[in-house]
Design a protein around this ligand. Structure first.
Ligand code: NAP
Ligand code: ZN
Ligand code: ZN
Length: 351
């Protein structure tokens, strides 16, 4: 075991503070990574505030990790010392179930589900895991991604590890691209990546925001049109017109307003995981038009690498605001007010 500096919460009601955690010695298939940058996902906040079931404390969040390899196990074949790599939301899974064999480890059907980068296995078994708000992590190379962005873009590439893949996976699964009208609801960390990626995939992109201050900027991110979703008249102009809507909102809200915008056979996929449930959607909205309401969880390791490579090739990164580790509580407070454009990234040198 080795100890490393980290930042975490001792309980759902205590602010994040420095703590020392243990990391395992790298095994034959492990790499040790010096964390350079870690993005701040709304899931980090849901977790440390205990808003979801089964949160274990102390909790060290962070699953948008970019770092440099500082040690390699003897059987590691894909990485060498000094490589710049990424770690996202998962660090292990059973690797043998049908979902794992399909490269969709996030839906692992093994006895424990996938092992989160923080908060341990999905079923709460075994030891807790600690995420990227720390100076180093040790991860099996199988769950480590290659980062092909240039040195200057590394901090802005970190959010791709969760916000990027969580929007890429459904955009690809629901076949968005040229000729498709795609809505992205919520222009936050996930939503702004959804806009960039849907645009890069060639879709006609409409952003929905509750923040009038984001209208102009959403256009710059790649939205062809922007609708303030509290304006019922503006919403009505898009009735029955969308092939696909990606809903990234982190809070409980009325889904019917968006379901009514889908054309026949259209689908809305939820990726936001609010602490309290959405009001039940109107069944009539689903039946009248054979519409689907779906969900999607992050993305598998192969598709995460595919997304990272696509972004490196197309010059896509997140729009980020850099913070010091000790500014994290202030960052959370701003995130709750939807006041971040569009992702905080921690400079881990400040830990
Ligand atoms: P975020 O940066 O806080 O963005 C959420 C956006 O939702 C806000 O910027 C805001 O956009 C909009 N919003 C917030 N409150 C709202 C309300 N009451 N009504 C309508 N819109 C509201 O959060 P994030 O990091 O993108 O994460 C979004 C959600 O996805 C979180 O619940 C997170 O836990 C979840 N998540 C899920 C997965 C997955 O695999 N499914 C992965 C990562 C994160 P506007 O200002 O534009 O309205
Ligand atoms: Zn996340
Ligand atoms: Zn599995």
């Amino acid at each position: 075991m080795q100890t490393t500096k980290a930042f975490g919460a001792q309980s759902a009601t205590t602010p994040l503070a420095p703590l020392t955690i243990e990391r395992r010695e790298p095994g034959p298939n492990d790499v040790a990574i010096q964390v350079l940058y870690c993005g701040v996902c709304h899931s980090d906040l849901h977790t440390v505030r205990g808003e979801w079931e089964g949160i274990r404390f102390p909790s060290v969040p962070g699953h948008e990790i970019v770092g440099r390899i500082s040690a390699v196990g003897k059987d590691v074949s894909r990485f060498k010392l000094g490589d710049i790599v990424g770690v996202g939301c998962m660090v292990d899974s059973c690797r043998t179930c049908p979902s794992c064999r399909d490269g969709l480890q996030q839906y692992c059907e093994g006895p424990h589900g996938f092992q989160g980068t923080y908060n341990g296995w999905l079923d709460g078994s075994g030891e807790n895991t600690y995420g990227g708000y720390s100076a180093s992590v040790v991860v099996d190379e199988y769950f480590v991604l290659k980062i092909r962005h240039g040195e200057a873009d590394l901090a802005a590439a970190a959010p791709l590890l969760c916000a990027g893949i969580t929007t890429w996976s459904p955009l690809r699964h629901w076949n968005t691209g040229p000729g498709k009208k795609v809505g992205v609801v919520g222009v936050g960390g996930l939503g702004h990546m959804g806009i960039k990626l849907a645009h890069a995939l060639g879709a006609h992109v409409v952003a929905f925001t509750t923040s009038p201050s984001k209208v102009e900027e959403a256009r710059k991110l790649g939205a062809d049109e922007v609708v303030v979703s509290r304006d019922a008249g503006a919403m009505a102009q898009h009735a029955r017109s969308f092939d696909f809507i990606l809903n990234t909102v982190a809070a409980s809200h009325d889904l019917d307003a968006f379901m009514a915008l889908l054309k026949r056979d259209g689908a809305m996929t939820l990726v936001g995981i609010p602490a309290t449930p959405h009001p039940s959607p109107n069944v009539g909205n689903l039946i009248m038009g054979r519409r689907s309401l779906a969900g999607s969880l992050i993305g598998g390791i192969p598709e995460t690498q595919e997304m990272l490579d696509f972004c490196a090739e197309h010059g896509i990164t997140a729009d980020v605001e850099m913070i010091d580790m000790h500014d994290i509580e202030n960052a959370y407070a701003r995130m709750l007010k939807s006041d971040v454009k569009y992702r905080f990234v921690i400079d881990m040198a400040t830990i």
